[in-house]
Design a protein around this ligand. Structure first.
Ligand code: HEM
Length: 389
């Protein structure tokens, strides 16, 4: 198991410079903090002392949201992907999708699980968001998202040939496709049959909410598809590998926290100081960017013994206070991930069906790199077969 690759050099950096230090990201000074108490404090001051910030590449693709539009996005997501939606309609649909997907995979010679799970996650989310109105489009939206993710983590130089340039081109194309979907729906007007999906919900709210203009709606649909695809597919691809290498764990279905802890799909998330913040005799100046380094929290040996080891059993003994301050794959506080429950349910259902009904063997690939998010350069190609007993 490539412990070192998974761990991201945040462990090394943390040990060398301590839990809070200054560095540069893409030419910008950034304070990195893997200090549980300070992070907890900051996230409880969200909106007062700090506010959301995105890397330049992300900001260009996901426009910086205003306070009211962010709140709207959160409540809309919770409405369509939250606990009530899961109980009411999503869970049975997720089960059907997982059974169908795995059965299809088992009929093939080999499957590259990362890209196939992107397809699964995008197709499913697109159905919830706009009833799959793009199903017959000439370009497959899941293919486009795969290329887009590569560019998002690149250096933000917009010149032909760079990954960033390609990313912006795909972003433009996907947005055009979504604008088409939206315009068609709007043109249907009152004649349209209710799809009961997220887009219908937005179109209804558009009558009263002024910020719901065409650009914002397109951006929102795009953003939601993006978050539903990459995070879930990366977690699942990692789970395939970790479970295959630790067969004893197959008995243990509470593995999801451990995969999320070790996975640290993104090394952290960002905030911007709204005013000067004193910490340990220093001052973080107003306007500076702060990275809440979740990878540094999740791999802290004071809280997680032998932190690079895949050990799902550790969760039986971990104190709730450690979970509250040192384990935040979905963030924490008022901006905690609105898709957390959905992701957990989807991941749990998938892994349950996988380990109880199928076996899998690596055919090729399996290399993991961090650049800085987890990538699988040669893919993870597995032969999936149905269990006979
Ligand atoms: C393994 C899967 C996922 C992981 C690890 C993840 C992680 C995160 C994290 C760390 C944040 C907080 C960022 C911050 O505080 O700045 C966040 C926010 C968010 N996530 Fe996720 N996410 C996942 C899946 C999803 C899915 C499937 C959806 C949609 C259905 C979603 C929707 C959102 C939204 C709307 C926010 C913004 C919440 C707000 O600002 O109030 N996420 N996510």
């Amino acid at each position: 198991m490539e412990r070192i690759i998974l761990c991201f050099n945040v462990v090394y950096v943390r040990l060398r410079y301590g839990p809070i230090f200054r560095t540069n990201v893409a030419g910008r000074p950034v304070i990195v903090t893997a200090d549980p108490e300070f992070n907890h404090f900051l996230l409880r001051q969200d909106g007062k002392l700090v506010d959301t910030w995105s890397m330049d590449t992300f900001a260009e693709v996901f426009d910086q949201a205003t306070q009211s539009s962010r709140k709207y996005t959160r409540s809309l997501t919770l409405n369509h992907f939250g606990v009530e939606a899961l109980k009411g309609k999503l869970l049975p649909q997720i089960e059907v999708m997982v059974h169908k997907t795995l059965s299809n995979w088992s009929s093939r010679e080999s499957v590259e699980v990362k890209s196939e799970t992107v397809t699964m996650a995008i197709d499913f989310a697109a159905r919830q968001i706009f009833s799959g109105d793009l199903e017959n489009a000439p370009l497959k939206i899941s293919d486009m998202f795969r290329d887009l993710v590569e560019g998002l983590m690149s250096f933000p130089i917009n010149l032909p040939g760079t990954a960033h340039h390609k990313c912006l081109q795909i972003h433009k194309k996907v947005r055009e496709m979504m604008r088409e979907v939206l315009r068609k729906r709007l043109a249907e007007g009152e004649r349209r049959h209710g799809h009961g999906d997220l887009l219908d919900h937005i179109i209804e709210d558009k009558k009263t909410e002024t910020f719901l203009n065409e650009d914002f709606i397109v951006q929102l649909m795009f953003g939601l598809l993006f978050v539903t695809s990459d995070s879930i597919s990366t977690t699942l691809a990692l789970a395939f590998k970790l479970l295959a290498e630790h067969p004893l764990v197959l008995e243990e279905l509470t593995v999801i926290n451990e995969v999320l802890r070790l996975g640290n799909i993104a090394p952290g998330f960002f905030r911007r100081a709204l005013r000067d913040i004193p910490i340990n005799g220093y001052t973080i100046p107003e306007g500076w960017v702060i990275m809440i380094a979740t990878a540094g929290l999740h791999l802290n040996h004071n809280q997680f013994e032998d932190p690079l080891k895949f050990n799902p059993w550790r969760w039986k003994e971990i104190q709730p206070s450690v979970v509250a301050k040192c384990f935040m794959p979905f963030g924490s506080g008022m901006k905690q991930c609105a898709g957390a429950e959905y992701s957990r349910v989807l991941l749990a259902t998938f892994l349950h069906v996988l380990v109880t009904k199928y076996r899998w063997a690596l055919v090729k690939g399996g290399k993991i790199v961090r650049s800085p998010i987890i990538r699988f350069p040669d893919g993870f190609h597995y032969k999936i077969s149905e269990r006979k007993n």
